[in-house]
Design a protein around this ligand. Structure first.
Ligand code: F3S
Length: 426
């Protein structure tokens, strides 16, 4: 049996001296450490808890959380929350059932009782949970994990919901996987030989690469990120620029990482010369070389055949202020025919409201939706038949919803679909 080395403080926690809630958290952390061969535990600076939607948790998940909270569970590090199954304020106007909303609100309140910040977003780095390079984390949203490891240079595995929460309560996680430098070396070189420009292009590239590398670490060459030269010096400053509402290429890396983590299980990637430590020394000597000379296969695989569009979704990962600004500009003085949701973090929505973007989008008939997204929300009862999106991640997962035909393309094409109810082009 593999043994994980524990400090005296950790032994104390495991003995139950700090209560059953902490003991239970450490048991989970240690169990994972044993499975993955961790030698010891590492303190974490923050956690991001996924698996929040009642659609996935059900009554059993809610009961599990309530029991942990009743035992006195409290997080020890700043902990943010992934999207829930509804917009916690506007669920009724969006058409969600009261019964579901009530359960979802109970889930979020239970997290809140444990000290979790109920941000309900997959972009915690846009609402104040911004790890420093080299920080150890326990994050459990695959797109955010990819962003934290690759763009911010932090260290996290792809945690599940319970394991991220356990790490937050214990204040540490098991040191294995991406917490170790040896596992952060690239095992694929991706030579990009085609133009990659829009956020949809970056998503299509991520989809294609994820399909090939699976859970590997790709080192991407030949990729220009419009508006971004190098993150290596100060990625945290680049985030601040993005949060302030200036487009700086990070939105494209958000799309790339989300797609890599969806079609594959990528948790870390490098873009040569741009992301932290993206220098040739990080590549293993036996790395496999893969060329991508066209994105066409990605667009084909992610596109259905429907022409009529009744639902358009932008904001996967949750939209930045810059994206909300672009959408408001497109929609000024116009009226949508299809249902349009732009999903974002509540704090971003409030800032967008102050800047007038929300009013413009709503005057055009669109909705700025906080706290949720169509993948974690129970949208089937809303009766949509076709969905247009600029997100490769949404285009990858949405077809699993019964009867939903999906179209995937750049933001402009999706807004055109929202305005006309038709998909233009192939
Ligand atoms: Fe976020 Fe939902 Fe996409 S959780 S990354 S908007 S599938």
């Amino acid at each position: 049996m593999w043994n994980v080395r524990l400090s005296s403080e950790e032994q104390n926690m495991l003995s139950g001296a700090e209560g059953r809630a902490v003991q239970r958290a450490l048991e989970i952390v240690i169990a994972l450490g044993k499975i993955y061969g961790a030698e010891d535990l590492v303190p974490i600076e923050s956690a991001q808890v996924s698996g929040v939607s009642y659609k996935n948790l059900g009554d059993a998940g809610l009961e599990f959380l309530r029991q942990w909270a009743a035992e006195g569970a409290k997080v020890r590090v700043p902990t943010t929350l992934n999207p829930a199954g509804v917009d916690l304020n506007d669920w009724e106007t969006l058409g969600f059932s009261g019964e579901f909303a009530e359960k979802q609100i109970a889930v979020v309140e239970t997290f809140s009782a444990m000290g979790v910040q109920c941000t309900c977003t997959c972009t915690p780095y846009l609402v104040g949970n911004v790890p420093k390079p080299g920080a150890h984390l326990a994050w459990g949203e695959s797109s955010a994990v990819c962003f934290a490891n690759s763009v911010l240079g932090a260290h996290t595995n792809r945690e599940g919901g319970p394991s991220a929460l356990a790490a937050a309560i214990a204040g540490r996680t098991a040191r294995y996987g991406y917490h170790l430098d040896e596992h952060r070396r690239a095992d694929y070189i991706i030579e990009v030989g085609c133009k990659v420009e829009s956020e949809a292009d970056f998503g299509a590239l991520g989809y294609l690469v994820g399909r090939v590398v699976g859970a590997g670490v790709p080192y991407i060459r030949g990729l220009m990120v419009p508006g971004l030269n190098s993150l290596a010096d100060d990625p945290v400053r680049a985030i601040k620029t993005l949060v302030a509402g200036q487009e700086n290429g990070l939105d494209r890396l958000m799309a790339l990482g989300a797609a890599l983590a969806a079609s594959g299980a990528v948790a870390l990637y490098y873009v040569e010369g741009i992301t932290p430590k993206a220098q040739p020394e990080i590549v293993r000597s036996n790395a496999r070389v893969v060329r991508v000379d066209s994105l066409a296969d990605g667009y084909t695989a992610l596109n259905g055949t429907c022409v009529q569009i009744d639902f358009v979704h932008i904001g996967c990962p949750h939209a930045t202020l810059a994206t909300l600004h672009r959408i408001a500009n497109f929609l000024t003085g116009q009226r949508v025919r299809a249902t349009l949701w732009v999903t974002t973090a509540r704090a971003i929505k409030e800032e967008a409201r102050r800047r007038g973007y929300v009013a413009t989008i709503e005057e055009a008939g669109g909705k700025v939706v906080a706290d949720t997204c169509p993948i974690v929300a129970p949208v089937t009862p809303l009766g949509f038949r076709s969905l247009a999106t600029n997100s490769a991640k949404t285009a990858f997962y949405a077809p699993s919803q019964p009867g939903l035909n999906v179209r995937f393309g750049p933001l402009e094409q999706c807004i055109h679909a929202a305005l006309t109810g038709q998909w233009r082009g192939n």
